[in-house]
Write a protein that binds this ligand. Structure first.
Ligand code: FAD
Length: 335
């Protein structure tokens, strides 16, 4: 199913969430993730799951394998990420065909790393199949256009956005949201159906970004699902590293709360659950013309995201079975 159709079918006011996973390198890692995915799918009931793509096609085979596991075996609506720079057109064609065969209807169309000029010479062998000729992709918008030209409306296409601006964005001097917005408009005009954001911890910056998109004069964002990206806090060091890489700021009050417990890993995780839950609650309580959804960068980990989803009431009730409709729900005697 397409993500936009699934969102449209939700009840008014019903929030949703999605979970992102990356393909493990080893067979053992893959088996462990499979077991974890089964548990998470059953316990957390995401509206859809995302499978990441290594820039330049470095995880092409493994990403497709994980996407197939999610879509086919686990029957989860799956969104496959696909980057377009430093990769041949042939790999993009093959990937989209493979995605179709697996039953995937959702693609997150991304740029990946900035384009290199040396004809993908460092790209892995499975990313250079059939040579390097074909269309040159420079920005994500080129991929959105290409998918629409080649596959019409078959795929529901998502694109990335940056509530605090892209780290190496359109503005040469600094990270600047305003500079990047016209390019985001282009991606939507080219055919994107929804937006997923970079992680952030400054909820006010996110809300102001969302407002500028909704109020943007072209009107392309008015009715578009905008899904904020949440990353549970796993450790103080990791938080520092990831926020530096992604250019996300940590508001001083959040930093102080984490610094107070930084020697205690469990304490950081616990406080991290509190912090991310508060961010979600604040977004949920802010008026929106669209349903509220939240995307989780899980890093293939289970606990923190489960606590956050439970705390913020984001786990949907199980679908009613036919038997429940006839006999009423079966209770375990404790309630
Ligand atoms: P673009 O939309 O092409 O934008 C890149 C920058 O260029 C922006 O600052 C934009 O404003 C600017 N720009 C766009 N068009 C022009 C133009 N014509 N002229 C000048 N400037 C322009 N990376 C991976 O490798 N694999 C993944 O699976 C992955 N998943 C992601 C998921 C999410 C939700 C997000 C937010 C990012 C993800 N990324 C992933 C990272 C992403 O590939 C990088 O952030 C990349 O540097 C930019 O990708 P983009 O699609 O936003 O690019």
């Amino acid at each position: 199913l397409k993500i936009t159709d699934k969102v449209a079918a939700l009840r008014p006011g019903e929030p949703f969430h999605s979970l992102e996973f990356f393909p493990p390198k080893t067979t053992m890692g893959f088996d462990n993730l499979e077991a974890r995915l089964r548990r998470m799918a059953c316990a957390l009931r995401p509206l859809f799951v995302n499978v990441t793509w290594g820039a330049g096609g470095s995880t092409a085979t493994k990403s497709l394998q994980l996407a197939e596991l999610c879509q086919r075996q686990l029957e989860l609506t799956t969104c496959l990420h696909l980057t377009c720079t430093n990769m041949s057109q042939a790999v993009i064609d093959e990937t989209l065909e493979a995605a179709k065969e697996i039953g995937i209807r959702n693609i997150l169309a991304l740029r990946g790393d900035p384009p290199r000029n040396e004809e993908y010479s460092n790209a892995p062998s499975d990313a250079t199949a059939n040579g390097t000729s074909g269309i040159e992709f420079e920005y994500a918008v080129d991929l959105v256009k290409y998918i629409r030209e080649k596959h019409g409306d078959y795929f529901c296409i998502g694109v990335a956005a940056y509530p605090e601006g892209h780290v190496e964005g359109a503005c040469p001097e600094r990270q600047d949201v305003e500079f990047d917005i016209p390019f985001l408009v282009e991606k939507v005009k080219a055919g994107a159906d929804f937006i997923m954001t970079q992680l952030f911890y400054d909820v006010d910056k996110y809300l102001s970004f969302e407002k500028s998109l909704r109020d943007e004069p072209s009107g392309v964002f008015r009715d578009l699902p905008i899904i904020p990206g949440m990353m549970p806090i796993q450790s103080f060091q990791m938080l520092k590293r990831i926020t530096k890489l992604s250019g996300a700021s940590i508001p001083p009050d959040i930093l102080t709360r984490l610094e107070d417990v930084k020697g205690d890993d469990e304490g950081v995780k616990r406080e991290g659950v509190n912090i991310v839950s508060e961010i979600i609650e604040k977004i949920k309580s802010t008026e929106s013309t669209q349903l509220r959804g939240f995307h989780f960068y899980t890093l293939n980990l289970e606990k923190a995201v489960s606590f956050i989803l439970e705390r913020t009431n984001l786990i949907p009730a199980p679908e009613e079975s036919v038997f429940e409709e006839i006999d009423g729900p079966i209770t375990n005697g404790n309630n």
